[in-house]
Design a protein around this ligand. Structure first.
Ligand code: PMP
Ligand code: GLN
Length: 384
């Protein structure tokens, strides 16, 4: 293994899912739903495969999906992208993020991002030979995680090239407000930075919270590469289909890299997804409402079981503080829980450079059937 990838073992999501399987635990670790996406989407994919859509699609993706993505971003956020050159389909958000970072940051460049950070960011920054500058998100008295603008400003220096912004944020569930994003945007404009956004949970926001794409802020469209994907929106995490939208020169840079990583993504799925983006908006809203109720259901159960619950505004994750249970280390609890209680979660600590910031935090996924959540709570209650 090359030097720059030393220290990266198995991902925490794979490790905890394996532990969950070995122990027969309810897996509230890795984030994936236990019900399928809309029937029309599944049927359409099967039909397109049967109808012979089985060879390479164009590298940038099927025009049908590029157009649907562009129309959706225009209708939803007032952001205008040319499907031909400003929208690019990738193998999930994971490939979109990797290609974007590899295209835009090189050896010695610094990348500012918030921690806890989704695990692939750190790894691809390392692959690029770049250096990460994490800024902590910390919970306030209301349990909502946010950043200190002074700490963010201090992280930006002469070598900063990129900033990565994930909202709604995994694992904290924070939905950054327009005002918080304006702080980020002001720094980007002032220091001439490019932003990469990860918006895979864009539809999963609760209590009337609004997802604001950084690209929609003044002066940001032409310096932002926005990444999203279909896995969370339509409960098809295995489909690994995502997209990058941005100004032509940045998308061209991403394409230059990605054509050698994956070349193209699955064509039949792209056609089915294009149809669902147009036809299944009601399903997306119903799913959001269902997940909001599941958030409340699991949060209440975790609180009853003795965790300190940090209420999320988006995603399908909830962070929990293990200290009220008498633990100081979330890794210790996350390793013990499948064995002792038959429930798996993810220790958030591994998503921080500054381990002390997240030592006591674990993440639970609530994108599961109610009876599964209830059984998990039953197992957790009285386990300590
Ligand atoms: N970013 C975040 C914040 C995620 O939680 C995930 C996991 N779905 C991804 C990116 C990867 O998305 P995909 O499965 O589309 O590659
Ligand atoms: N995005 C999912 C999560 O945060 C996991 C994806 C993965 O396993 N790499 O749980």
């Amino acid at each position: 293994l090359v030097e720059r990838m030393r220290g990266y073992g198995e991902t925490i999501f794979a490790e905890m899912s394996r532990l969950a399987a070995e122990t027969g635990s309810i897996n509230l670790g890795q984030g994936f739903p236990d019900t399928d996406g809309p029937r029309s989407l599944l049927d359409a994919a099967a039909e397109h495969i049967r109808a012979g859509v089985n060879q390479y699609p164009p590298g940038p993706g099927r025009a049908e999906l590029r157009t649907a993505v562009a129309e959706d971003r225009a209708a939803r956020y007032g952001l205008s992208y040319d499907p031909d050159g400003e929208v690019y389909i990738t193998v999930g958000a994971t490939a979109g993020i990797a290609a974007s970072v590899l295209a835009l940051a090189g050896p010695g460049d610094e990348v500012v991002l918030f921690e806890p950070m989704y695990d692939s960011y750190a790894a691809v920054i390392s692959l690029a030979g770049a250096v990460r500058r994490p800024v902590p998100l910390r919970p306030g008295a209301d349990g909502r995680f946010t950043f200190d603008p002074g700490e963010l400003r201090a992280a930006v220096g002469p070598r900063t090239r990129l900033i990565i912004v994930n909202t709604p944020h995994n694992p904290t569930g924070t939905v950054l407000t327009r005002a918080e994003l304006e702080t980020v945007a002001a720094l980007c404009r002032e220091h001439d930075l490019v932003a990469i956004t990860d918006e895979v949970y864009e539809h999963l926001v609760y209590d009337g919270a609004e997802h604001v794409p950084l690209a929609a802020l003044p002066g940001m469209r032409d310096r932002t590469v926005s990444v999203s994907s279909v896995g969370k929106t339509f409960s098809v995490t295995a489909w690994k289909t995502g997209w990058v939208t941005g100004p032509r020169p940045l998308v061209r840079a991403v394409q230059t890299v990605n054509q050698f990583l994956t070349f193209s993504a699955n064509g039949a799925l792209q056609l089915a997804i294009a149809e669902a983006i147009r036809g299944e908006q009601d399903w997306i809203r119903a799913q959001r409402d269902a997940l909001q109720a599941k958030r409340d259901r699991l949060s209440a159960g975790l609180a009853d079981a003795g965790f300190g619950v940090l209420r999320p505004q988006g995603t399908y994750f909830v962070m929990a503080d293990v200290r009220p249970l008498g633990y100081t280390d979330g890794v210790q609890l996350a390793r013990a829980l499948p064995v002792e209680a038959g429930v798996a979660c993810v220790p958030a600590q591994v998503l921080y450079d500054d381990v002390d910031e997240g030592r006591h935090l674990v993440r639970f996924a609530y994108c599961k059937r109610d009876e599964v959540l209830d059984e998990a709570v039953r197992r957790l209650t009285g386990a300590f």
